[in-house]
Ligand binder design. Structure first.
Ligand SMILES: [Mn+2]
Length: 413
């Protein structure tokens, strides 16, 4: 029995209101197309998706149509695609059917989701092809159980999950991160909480963190595999290995081979303009730094995130976004650029005393003054400033409402 284990495809993700919006939107489908083509070529027995097939719960109709087109070759080749919901696919409205459920009812995926018993236990009902529902399916002698995303308390559910499984040669699809491996802030569990899964499951197919990793028991037996996102979803993922696992099962042995994918080039660079005397000099240094960071040997237009730091002798506002964009386009043709201007100005106040105030410091002071005028907020200024800035950064990146709510939820007691 052989299967592909992938996760966190994030279909529907793009940079809104960016000139590269349409091309970036297609990247994630191209990535899925490649994995599907490999599955058909390798004639695997199943494709497993560990959650976050979609970037948001409410997708555009065209995203749904393109997903069906991407999954069609699997359906034609009779390769079952088994999926769970991630935090990004979660739909909160109980009265409407989710896109994932629709895909399952239409036979494009087999969406696994457990039921709960009255006393809080788990029940994995056999998957029903007619309704497209269930929590367990057997393929080639491997018992596949699907759990999806169960939130921040995942670790405390492990015993109940294992109690619900009595079969042999078991695999669990679980959208959760393991601390020490996963840089995701929300929805992780401790390794100690996770290790007991190895007693019931031969292979835990993880999703959630976009960086690949393998978790082993304290005795050194690997049992949980996170393939990461096969495309670079967010800035910060430029150094992660990108790919999926091709897993071969022989008796009770699950052997996972990491197969690399080809994500779009992503560059994150800090440009230090310390001491630049005027805007022309700063632009020259900026252009040189960008040039040396541009990827080579890849014809695809890169994604750039550039952070400007240092004390300069002119007003940082002179280096506006448009001016920087023009400078970049003289040497490169990026698909999308994000610029973080953290420049501060050398100011001469008093008798030769050089003091500086960065944009960040000014922002902090303004927020501090605003927040402390509310008596309910007094004493919590630092926490609320951090939250405000996290939300501002997220809004500037164009993240969706669901993710903004997740940032707020994570800070809530
Ligand atoms: Mn994800």
């Amino acid at each position: 029995m052989r299967f592909i284990h992938t996760s966190d495809i994030h279909l529907g993700k793009t940079y809104r209101n960016s000139q590269g919006e349409a091309e970036r939107y297609n990247d994630f489908f191209t990535c899925l197309d490649g994995i599907v083509a490999d599955a058909v070529k390798e004639q695997v027995d199943a494709v497993l998706i560990g959650g976050d097939l979609f970037h948001v719960g409410q997708i555009l109709p065209k995203t749904f149509a393109k997903t069906i087109a991407a999954l069609q070759p699997l359906k034609d080749a009779a390769i079952p695609c088994i999926a769970i919901e991630g935090n990004h696919d979660w739909i909160h409205r109980r009265d409407s059917i989710s896109w994932m459920e629709a895909l399952s009812q239409m036979g494009y995926i087999k969406l696994l989701r457990p039921s709960r018993t009255e006393d809080g236990g788990y029940r994995f009902d056999r998957f029903d092809e007619e309704t497209g529902r269930g929590g367990h399916i057997e393929i080639g002698g491997v018992n596949i159980y699907g759990l999806g995303y169960i939130g921040a308390q995942a670790g405390s559910h492990v015993a109940r999950i294992c109690d619900a499984v009595t079969s042999e040669r078991n695999l669990l699809l679980f959208h959760v991160g393991i601390w020490t491996f996963s840089p995701v802030e929300i929805g992780n569990m401790q390794p100690d909480e996770s290790h007991p899964l190895a007693e019931t499951f031969n292979y835990v197919a993880l999703g959630h963190g976009h960086k690949p990793y393998i978790v082993a028991t304290p005795e050194g037996n690997p049992y949980a595999y996170n393939p990461g996102a096969p495309e670079r979803v967010n800035f910060g993922e430029q150094k992660y290995a990108k790919g999926y696992y091709l897993v071969t099962v022989t008796d009770a042995d699950f052997s996972a081979e990491f197969k690399p994918t080809t994500p779009r080039p992503m560059v994150v660079a800090t440009v230090n303009l310390e001491g630049a005397g005027n805007v022309e000099e700063a632009l020259e240094r900026f252009t040189a730094k960008v040039r040396e960071n541009l990827p080579e040997g890849d014809a695809r237009r890169p994604l750039l995130e550039l952070k400007l730091v240092g004390k300069v002798a002119f007003h940082p506002f002179e280096l506006g976004r448009e001016r920087l964009r023009i400078a970049i386009h003289e040497i490169s043709d990026p698909l999308h650029v994000e610029i973080k201007n953290h420049l501060s100005m050398v100011s001469h106040s008093g008798a030769g005393d050089i003091s500086r105030k960065s944009l960040e410091e000014i922002e902090n002071e303004v927020l501090h003054d605003l927040i402390k005028t509310g008596s309910d907020y007094q004493g919590r200024e630092e926490e609320l400033i951090r939250l405000s800035i996290a939300l501002k950064n997220a809004v500037q990146k164009g993240v969706d409402g669901d993710e903004l709510l997740a940032i707020l939820d994570a800070r809530r007691d």
